[in-house]
Design a protein around this ligand. Structure first.
Ligand code: NAD
Length: 483
């Protein structure tokens, strides 16, 4: 393992009304490198006065930012993307230090975040409406799209660069301002994205980045009439809680919540490809991905071969510090997540699941857990219904298409789902029948900047990215004009 060099990490600040504010007298919490278990810095908690200042600045900045021509707003966002590209190496390193993902994955995340920022820059120019002739010849109805107002954004730590770019980029492109609270686990990565936006010319106050006790911060922000929109990425439980808080002011919400993605592998599929891709995607970011493939259902004739192939491939994954170039999978974000994953695996095994690979924590330093493969997992094992958000694949057989669809749709989640088959009839049926916001057929690639990202059922509502990502920050006004 390569330890982080001293001086690699500078403790994060708050960003409020254009000021980068250090901890000073504020409460702090440590930022821990999960590869070593050691603190690398501290993150300041925003005080009530800090939050009020951020809210007031967001309101003030909105009054002018909403009127900046979308093309000009786009120029600033494009410049921010350029700066992110220039700073990619530094930004990626921060994410690896803070939450453990391999550096190569953090670089890719930065690359996609730049692409999304550019998409928002361009798509924001299309936030216009339409003109409709009235019933009388001298009347016109004009439908205009307007920014909804200052927004509050909250997101998880698992893609600290990508989530920050998505939340702030889409709000700004639509003409909104945002008070953003990233995960306290990876604060500097999110701040680095904010730094690119500020350096590119986003005016003071249009974005704030704050940290603290999440529930305290969200209650305070959502109690303010200034906030007109809530965009959240995180667990189902917190999403439901925030919707209740948002309901008081009838604020609009976008909820990107958890998933428990099924993967249906039919006998007629290219099984080797499903195995290669499936293992790669399962253990990406140590399985801490909302669209991570989790419940693999394999048609009976191919099941045994699939189980053997999956366990063999998983057993070869190189686990270690994300800064080490040979590492393919890093640690989990913290010990609590590792312990939660361990408990799910132990529960499944106790209830009769077969452990084909992994299943144990690694070493005493850091939050490492082995890439784990479970087969023949009984339905009452917790992992069959609770999102593992960790490096565990769950394998079970199915008989026919109806059985596969029933199993895939059996949970309240509906974020991503995948299927591998060469049958055109299966593809059509699956496309119709699967209850998910994103379905990948013969592919795990379900997201591009141009395509909406979001779930159905308890995985949430609304979308990020795609033209829907901008739409989420717009409201509609109808003007009736008689001349
Ligand atoms: P979490 O819901 O506990 O936390 C997510 C984020 O919300 C963190 O920044 C956390 O600090 C913050 N948060 C927690 N309580 C809050 C509150 N009361 N008010 C405001 N913010 C609050 O989830 P987690 O375990 O840290 O993250 C993993 C979850 O996020 C998984 O369920 C995963 O599927 C989901 N997720 C979803 C998407 C998506 O796009 N659908 C993407 C990434 C992660």
């Amino acid at each position: 393992m390569t330890p982080a060099a001293p001086g690699d990490y500078v403790s994060p600040t708050l960003l409020i009304d254009g000021d980068w504010i250090e901890a000073s007298e504020r409460e702090t919490q440590p930022v821990v490198n999960p590869a070593t278990g050691r603190a690398i810095g501290v993150v300041p908690h925003a005080t009530t006065a800090d939050l009020d200042r951020a809210l007031a600045a967001a309101e003030r900045a909105f009054a002018s930012w909403r009127h900046v021509n979308p093309r000009e707003r786009g120029k600033i966002l494009k410049k921010a993307a350029e700066l992110m590209r220039e700073r990619q190496e530094d930004i990626a390193r921060l994410a690896t230090l803070e939450m453990g993902k391999p550096l190569a994955e953090a670089r890719l995340e930065t690359h996609f975040a730049c692409e999304e920022m550019e998409w928002f820059a361009e798509e924001g120019r299309r936030s216009y409406g339409r003109v409709i002739p009235g019933r009388l010849h001298d009347t016109r109805f004009t439908v205009v799209r307007e920014p909804v107002g200052p927004a509050a954004g909250f997101s998880a730590w698992n893609f600290p660069i990508g989530n920050a770019a998505r939340k702030m980029g889409s709000a700004l492109a639509a003409g909104c301002t945002m008070v953003y609270k990233p995960g306290e686990e990876a604060p500097a990565s999110a701040l680095a994205v904010a730094r690119c936006l500020v350096d590119a010319g986003v005016p003071a106050g249009a974005i704030a980045v704050v940290f603290g006790v999440p529930d305290t911060i969200s209650r305070h922000l959502l109690a303010s009439p200034i906030i007109r929109k809530v965009s959240f990425t995180g667990s189902v439980a917190v999403g439901k809680h925030l919707i209740k808080l948002a309901a008081d002011g009838l604020r609009r919400t976008t909820m990107e919540l958890g998933g428990h993605a099924p993967v249906l592998v039919f006998d007629d599929a290219d099984i080797a490809n499903a195995l290669d891709m499936g293992v790669l995607r399962k253990f990406r970011n140590s399985g801490q991905v909302c669209v991570s493939p989790t419940r693999f259902y394999v048609q009976e004739a191919s099941y045994k071969h699939f189980c053997e192939g999956f366990a063999e491939r998983a057993g070869k994954i190189q686990v270690g510090d994300g800064l080490d170039a040979s590492t393919q999978m890093g640690p989990l974000v913290h010990n609590r997540r590792r312990d939660a994953v361990e408990a799910l695996v132990q529960d499944a095994v106790a209830k009769g699941a077969k452990l084909l690979s992994g299943g144990r924590r690694i070493g005493n330093d850091g939050s490492f857990f082995e890439p784990t493969v479970l087969a023949d997992v009984p339905g009452d094992a917790r992992i069959m219904s609770e999102e593992p958000f960790g490096p565990v694949a769950v394998l079970n057989p199915f008989t026919d298409l109806d059985d596969a669809v029933r199993k895939a749709n059996s949970l309240p989640y509906g974020l991503a789902a995948y299927a591998f088959t060469s049958s055109a009839a299966n593809i059509v049926r699956l496309g119709d029948a699967i209850e998910a916001g994103m379905v990948g057929i013969n592919s795990f690639n379900i997201s591009m900047p141009e395509t909406p990202f979001g779930g159905v059922k308890e995985s949430g509502h609304g979308s990020e990215v795609g033209m829907e990502g901008i739409d989420a920050f717009l409201v509609t006004k109808t003007l009736s004009v008689t001349v």
